[in-house]
Design a protein. Structure first.
Length: 21
């Protein structure tokens, strides 16, 4: 998996975490 895709997935995870509250 490319680093860019991994970083994008991490960003989505952080965004989802912020909106989960």
């Amino acid at each position: 998996m490319p680093t860019g895709q991994a970083r994008g997935f991490l960003c989505v995870g952080v965004w989802w975490n912020e909106n989960a509250h």
